[in-house]
Design a protein around this ligand. Structure first.
Ligand code: ADP
Length: 260
């Protein structure tokens, strides 16, 4: 039996997965603490606890994500673009566009028929169109991040959030709240705002079907639905979306062992 470990150290969260023989997940976890915190070590600890394995049982550890370079527990590091492409094409071989919205950035990757990345574009300069925007808004509305989808689904007249800057959008949401706009319509407007920003980014490199979402924000059905409407195409989604980078890293780790 060969066990490989992939760890994805993001700006906001740390994610990990242990694969058995390059396919079956022996353990996986997500810790809401990213680079520069104890998050990566907590992930390692949880993965070993869940699987009953020890460090010596792991044949290869691959690190990816924003914080990969400062993590000392890996055999190799690979960029998150490479790992997200690999994880996505493993789950969805038909995907040609990957929209990855994380805690502090959004990326759009174009894949070829072999699942290799051939182009990408990213926004890492502005919080609008990222998980950070949603986190800030959820806080203002005193909602949990996981509740945004449920609230957005109840909307009948989504609010229009016209500010493109998170700080101004924050005051806009507060003033709409004061004017009596209800929470579901505000949340739907907030999800719509993220979808508009990201679809504008995606259109710059061209949308090739099928489209898949990865990253933590993919779990928000409100953003997925708004993105489908903006792009005019269905968006593939797996409940493992936030683990796709870690999955890609564990798959590359398995490849390293097999090619030794
Ligand atoms: P990074 O890799 O940059 O750390 P992730 O891909 O892990 O980021 O995404 C983190 C973001 O995912 C958070 O900022 C949050 O907005 C969003 N998120 C996390 N959990 C959920 C959830 N259960 N439902 C909706 N969105 C979520």
């Amino acid at each position: 039996m060969i066990y490989t470990l992939g760890i994805d150290i993001g700006s906001t969260t740390s994610k990990g997965i242990i694969l058995k023989d390059g396919s079956e997940a022996a353990a996986s976890c997500i810790v809401v603490a990213g680079t520069g915190t104890t998050g990566p070590n907590q992930v390692m600890q949880q993965l070993f606890e869940q699987s009953g394995l020890k460090k010596e049982d792991i044949s290869f550890t691959m690190a990816t994500g924003y914080g990969r370079k400062t993590f000392e527990g890996a055999d190799e590091q690979l960029s998150e673009l490479t790992c997200h492409s690999r994880g996505t094409s493993y789950l969805f071989p038909q995907a040609r566009t990957v929209i990855d919205i994380g805690g502090q950035d959004a990326k759009v990757l174009a894949l070829n028929e072999q699942g290799k990345m051939v182009n990408f574009i990213m926004n890492d300069k502005c919080a609008a169109g990222t998980g950070r925007f949603l986190d800030v808004m959820a806080q203002i509305l005193q909602l949990k991040i996981g509740d945004l989808e449920k609230e957005a689904a109840k909307a009948d007249k989504p609010a229009k959030i016209s500010s493109t800057c998170t700080v101004f959008a924050e005051s806009e949401v507060i003033s709409q709240l004061a004017m009596g706009v209800d929470i579901p319509n505000l949340v739907a407007g907030i999800c719509q705002s993220v979808a508009s920003r990201v679809s504008a980014l995606a259109k710059r490199i061209g949308i090739h079907e099928q489209v898949c979402m990865s990253g933590g924000v993919a779990q928000n059905g409100g953003v997925r639905k708004a993105l489908e409407a903006e792009l005019g195409t269905p968006v593939l989604y797996s409940e493992q979306a936030q683990l796709i980078g870690a999955l890609g890293a564990a798959l590359y780790a398995y490849e390293r062992v097999m090619n030794k």
